[in-house]
Write a protein that binds this ligand. Structure first.
Ligand SMILES: Nc1nc2c(c(=O)[nH]1)N[C@H]1C(S)=C(S)[C@@H](COP(=O)(O)O)O[C@H]1N2
Ligand SMILES: [Mo]
Length: 173
C-alpha cells in the first residue's frame, strides 16, 4: 500500500473512532411507582398525600436491620408527623377515651397491621416508627415501596409493612 493510501486508511479509522458517539449512559432504572397515601378515619381531616407532600414534612433517618439481617439507613417521615398533619389526637390530647384509638396500616397486597397511638407518640415513647421512602439514599424497590413502615429494634419484622397505601385511625369497640 502506498504511503498516501495507508495515511487515508488510518485517517478514516481515526475519524470513525472519534466520531462514533460514546455509548449512552446506562439507561436509568424505571421510575418507582408514584407515592399515594390515604390517611383517614378518626382524624380532623382526611388526607391524600403524594411524594411532594411527604417531602415537605420533617425528614427522619434511622439505621435498622431488615428481616434478612442487613443494616440500612432508612429515610422518611415519622408516622407521628403524618398523624399530626391529619389532626389525630396526640401528646396531651392522647388520654382518656382516646387511649382506645389505634392506627391501621394497610398495604397494596391487603396485608395489615396496627399500632396503638401511644406507640407512636413522643410523650409516651422515644421510639421512632418511620414511614420510609428511601433506603441507603435510593427510593425503595418496587417490592418494598414506594412506602414502607420501619420499626427499628422490633424483634420481629411483621409490622414492617411493605407497599403501604393507607393509614386509618380507628377506635377499639
Ligand atoms: N405488604 C406486606 N408487608 C409485609 C409482609 C407482607 O406479607 N406484606 N410481611 C411482613 C413480615 S411477616 C415480615 S417478616 C417482613 C419481611 O420483610 P422482607 O420482605 O423485607 O424480607 O415484611 C413484613 N411486611
Ligand atoms: Mo414475618
Amino acid at each position: 500500500m502506498s504511503l498516501i493510501m495507508s495515511r487515508l486508511v488510518l485517517g478514516s479509522l481515526l475519524t470513525l473512532i472519534f466520531l462514533t458517539p460514546a455509548p449512552t449512559a446506562q439507561t436509568t432504572p424505571q421510575e418507582p411507582k408514584q407515592v399515594s397515601l390515604r390517611v383517614g378515619g378518626e382524624v380532623r381531616q382526611q388526607l391524600n398525600r403524594n411524594a411532594a407532600d411527604l417531602s415537605k414534612l420533617p425528614r427522619r433517618k434511622v439505621r435498622a436491620k431488615d428481616h434478612g439481617g442487613v443494616e440500612s439507613e432508612f429515610e422518611g417521615v415519622a408516622l407521628a408527623e403524618i398523624l399530626k398533619l391529619a389532626g389525630a389526637p396526640a401528646e396531651e390530647q392522647l388520654r382518656g377515651d382516646k387511649l382506645t384509638l389505634f392506627l391501621l396500616v394497610e398495604a397494596a397486597d391487603n396485608y395489615r397491621a396496627v399500632f396503638a397511638l401511644p406507640e407512636l407518640d413522643a410523650l409516651y415513647t422515644d421510639k421512632l416508627v418511620l414511614l420510609a421512602d428511601r433506603r441507603d439514599g435510593k427510593p425503595l424497590s418496587e417490592k418494598e415501596g414506594p412506602l414502607r413502615i420501619i420499626v427499628p429494634d422490633e424483634k420481629r419484622h411483621a409490622r414492617w409493612v411493605r407497599q403501604v397505601v393507607a393509614l386509618t385511625v380507628k377506635r377499639a369497640q
